[in-house]
Design a protein around this ligand. Sequence first.
Ligand SMILES: [Cu+2]
Length: 144
Amino acid sequence: MSGQKTKPVVGLIVAVLILAAVGAVGYYQFEVAPRLATSSTSAQAACTPSTCVNITIPAGAGTCSPAPCGFSPAKVVVVIGQNGTVFWKNDDSAHHTVTGAGSFGSPDMGLNAVYSYHFTVAGNYSYVCNYHPWMRASVLAKAP
Ligand SMILES: [Cu+2]
């Protein structure tokens, strides 16, 4: 009967469908979802360095390699009360976040969005991008 002949074909079709589904989920998670997220951080001028520090998220940050990468510079040292305010600006067309612990963390950041955080407690603050976990960096806040 023809049932014997069609089984391998059905198996192949199922395999192709599974691969397509996996690919679609990956594409959505890493390419579509970050762009769909709304940006609530409005663009604003970054600081004039003397009382603050600028960090850039350069174009292509989401595809950077090797990790840690994606925030420039990836490590900054600030002194509380002197230059303890840090500004992050997204220069990338892809959306990113600055996500640390507690209240240290930005909402979704689209192109040109700026996020700032005022460090008042000494410590080493590591952070990542929610969409690209290999984007890792840190701010070392020192006591005055
Ligand atoms: Cu990112």
